[in-house]
Design a protein around this ligand. Structure first.
Ligand SMILES: Cc1cc2nc3c(=O)[nH]c(=O)nc-3n(C[C@H](O)[C@H](O)[C@H](O)COP(=O)(O)OP(=O)(O)OC[C@H]3O[C@@H](n4cnc5c(N)ncnc54)[C@H](O)[C@@H]3O)c2cc1C
Length: 398
């Protein structure tokens, strides 16, 4: 965002600290080093960022896709001090009212969108508990101890682990749907400490074992992956440094009558496991009900295949879908096959939708929901934005 001809309005790229889950994927992706972080926030350097947009598609929460039209850019110091994004200043829209040179179409559109209210902003369910965020940071991480490391999959090419971390006496309040950062040891090619990677918590807030100060993760070993291999190879008793928790929106509603539609693939089942165990421990079958579409290559590569079969149907109506086994289906295919049930959920104001896992599944799921919503006379984009605004639509893909 090179020098500002004094009366030129600027379109400044910003990160929403309320929604940002500090996964640093944007910082690792930015080709020109315009994104940096301290212990609290991830920020964009206005003197470097050239709006190339490379960082936008990789952000799991969309918190990176924030822009403001400004007369004078917010400094790094400003951004580091934020707990939430400033609203769009009312700059007016023309030279007369702004005293600034005419806004270009893009900025005018941005201002209009800001005035319209951000239909796309992720929000927590109204009845969700208030999450703790960023309690432990890169500068002051927590040290946890591996209490268990269990392989969940028999598929040789698909190593997914259930990792239980003992937090011992550490206060580490978490909620279902949040994630933590794991700091892999060592430094990168430039000698900088490795950045943490995020992993969704797969256990309920009161512990993997009820009333124990522990939590679990569901980690897939990525070929050549630094952190996932580090975690999957951790022995029982080993210590690791963790940060977080992160995530202020992808949360379980406190209302037991809320109906959950959960759509996940692979390790995206982690938060759904936490939601299910929380309901099992609190309301059991007397809840608004949960419907899950869970995709994997085959039964042997589906995490928690065994334990899932023991979850009572009245609590969790589960649809396990395999892309390389038997009928070869993707989650969107089964969603379409169950369109009557899904349509009933879409029209119910108590329904909350959660989508988690592989980024590649988003387009197919979006198409299936568009199809079903259309068949009941509801344009999906409108319904989706209304649900998102009400904290009833959540996407976390990576
Ligand atoms: C909100 C959120 C929640 C997440 N939850 C989970 C979860 O619950 N479980 C889970 O398993 N993951 C989860 N992830 C993904 C996780 O954070 C990591 O991105 C993932 O574990 C890979 O990290 P890594 O350090 O192993 O790989 P990195 O070293 O960061 O590499 C990234 C990718 O590049 C590839 N790669 C690296 N080096 C090479 C090379 N030399 N040649 C070819 N390819 C290479 C790796 O295979 C890997 O896929 C989540 C991510 C986000 C943002």
């Amino acid at each position: 965002m090179p020098g500002n001809g004094m009366n030129m309005p600027l379109k400044q790229h910003l990160i929403d600290p309320e929604i940002c889950i500090r996964c640093y994927t944007c910082e690792m992706t930015c080709p020109i080093g315009a994104i940096e972080h301290d212990d609290t926030n991830v920020v964009v350097n206005p003197d470097i960022c050239n709006s190339c947009m490379d960082c936008i598609p990789v952000c799991p929460t969309g918190s990176i896709d924030e822009w403001r039209v400004v007369a004078k850019p917010y400094s790094l110091e400003d951004q580091y001090g934020w707990e939430e994004l400033p609203d769009q200043e009312d700059l007016g829209t023309d030279e007369a009212s702004t005293g600034l040179e005419a806004l270009d179409a893009e900025m005018a559109a941005l201002l209009a969108e800001a005035h319209q209210g951000a239909g796309g902003k992720a929000r927590a369910p109204a009845s969700a508990a208030k999450p703790a965020i960023n309690t432990y940071t890169i500068g002051k991480p927590a040290v946890a101890r591996v209490q268990g490391n269990y392989r969940l999959t028999d598929d040789p090419g698909h190593d997914v682990r259930h990792i239980i971390l003992d937090l011992e006496g550490l206060p580490f309040a978490v909620l279902e749907g949040q994630s933590i950062g794991v700091i892999p040891p060592g430094t990168d090619a430039q000698g900088r400490p490795h950045l943490p990677r995020l992993y969704s918590i797969s256990s309920p807030r009161d512990g993997e074992r009820a009333q124990y100060n522990n939590l679990s993760l569901t980690v897939k070993r990525e070929e050549n992956g630094l952190c996932s291999n580090y975690i999957c190879d951790l022995e029982k008793g080993a210590e690791l440094r963790i940060t977080g928790p992160f995530g202020a929106t992808f949360l379980l509603p406190g209302d037991p009558e809320a109906r959950l539609l959960m759509i996940c693939t692979g390790t995206g089942a982690a938060p759904m496991r936490a939601f299910t165990m929380r309901r099992q421990r609190t309301v059991g079958g007397k809840s608004g009900g949960m419907t899950m579409f869970f995709g994997a290559r085959a039964p042997e590569s589906l995490p928690y295949f065994g334990p899932l079969s023991k979850v009572p149907r009245e609590l969790l109506d589960q649809h396990l879908v395999y892309s390389r086994h038997g009928k070869k289906e993707y989650v969107q295919d089964r969603i379409l096959a169950e369109r009557a049930k899904v349509a009933d959920l879409l029209v119910d104001p108590k329904t909350h939708i959660y989508i988690c896992g592989l980024r590649g599944m988003e387009a197919g799921v979006e198409q299936a929901l568009t199809d079903i919503a259309g068949s009941i006379g509801q344009p999906w984009t409108g319904l989706r934005d209304t649900m998102r605004e009400a904290g009833r639509y959540h996407v976390e893909t990576y």
